[in-house]
Design a protein around this ligand. Structure first.
Ligand SMILES: Cc1cc2nc3c(=O)[nH]c(=O)nc-3n(C[C@H](O)[C@H](O)[C@H](O)COP(=O)(O)O)c2cc1C
Length: 307
């Protein structure tokens, strides 16, 4: 019997839906035992969000400052798993606070140490730098990252930005104004994610995951868009300045940092709507001579390697 632990966090239920579809081939195999563990913060994050709570989560998300988690049940801590699947979402270009907290916790590190891990990301579209941070956290926990799958909203950046705000603030994954497409990962992509479970099952039975990621890449488990990687990297640089400044002003919920969070809100809106389109056009023109260099970095971000 192969034992698989699925660790995840979700607010909307999307991440759990992705995992259940993706892991169907494993769930249907009698030689595999799947155990789900939902990460639970002691004080959970609100959903739906409002403007204040949404921006207040920024400094701690980006600086990867953990929150307190409810304990992992002893029956999970005591089991010896053959594979761990980590389902996570991105908050502010970083693994979400509950997931980052799990990866840094003593219990999380005990579970992960020495184990093969597959990460499954469900986010809007900007996950590459968050995955680099997750790779580091997994390495520090002694885990062996053997696979990565990223499911995203495939609409253009600005459309997905409008629709995700509607989803996060209203709490419903439906069409904004009846005009815009549904936010988040499409139902079709969620249903078809079960194709990734087939190679996962095969490699789990073999006990050797060394070629899993290249097979997942062939199945289009990862699509890298150089422009989004570029924005992600620039965003990380700018977020590092804002997050440190705001954190200096106070801890979460502290009214002293509200004016700074407001300023960050305005800056972000300006950057996304006015700076990003200009930068995108420049990037598309100027990056052409660097095509081969770009191909190399795409291959790196598709892999489970850590520089
Ligand atoms: C505070 C916050 C920040 C987010 N930041 C990002 C981001 O930087 N990149 C991204 O692609 N998605 C981002 N998202 C979207 C999430 O990754 C995710 O798709 C959404 O929250 C639904 O996930 P869940 O239901 O599994 O919790 C953010 C969501 C929240 C709530």
């Amino acid at each position: 019997m192969k034992k698989v632990l699925v660790v995840y966090y979700t607010q909307t239920g999307q991440q759990k839906e992705i995992l259940e579809n993706l892991l169907k081939p494993l769930a249907e195999d009698t030689s595999v035992e799947l155990t789900y563990h939902a990460i639970q913060p002691v004080e959970d994050y609100p959903f739906p969000w409002n403007k204040t709570t949404f921006f207040d989560a920024f400094p701690e998300s980006f600086l990867q400052i953990p929150c307190e988690l409810k304990p992992v049940p002893p029956k999970i801590l005591d089991l010896d798993f053959d594979l761990i699947i980590l389902g996570y979402q991105v908050w502010y270009l970083s693994p979400s606070i509950p997931v980052n907290s799990f990866l840094k916790s003593e219990e999380g590190r005990r579970i992960l140490n020495g184990k093969p891990v597959i990460t499954v990301i469900g986010c809007r579209n900007m996950w590459v730098m968050a995955q680099e941070k997750t790779k580091r956290l997994l390495r520090d926990a002694g885990a062996n990252l053997v696979g990565n799958i990223a499911l995203v909203d495939r609409h253009i950046n600005h459309i997905s930005l409008i629709t995700i705000v509607h989803w996060m603030m209203k709490g419903k994954k439906d069409s904004y104004l009846g005009i815009f497409p549904k936010p988040g990962v499409s139902d079709e992509d969620i249903i078809h994610s079960s194709r990734f479970g087939i190679p996962i099952l095969k490699y789990l039975k073999n006990g050797d995951f060394s070629s899993l990621q290249s097979e997942l890449v062939r199945l289009e488990a990862i699509r890298i868009k150089p422009l989004l990687v570029f924005i992600d990297k620039r965003g990380n640089f700018i977020f590092s300045k804002w997050s440190k400044k705001i954190r200096e002003k106070g801890f979460p919920k502290d009214p002293a940092r509200r004016p700074w969070l407001k300023a960050f809100n305005y800056y972000l809106a300006f950057a996304l709507w006015f700076i990003a389109p200009v930068v995108s056009i420049l990037f598309l023109i100027l990056s052409l001579p660097f095509y081969f260099q770009m191909r190399k970095s795409i291959e790196y971000y598709q892999s489970t390697n850590l520089k």
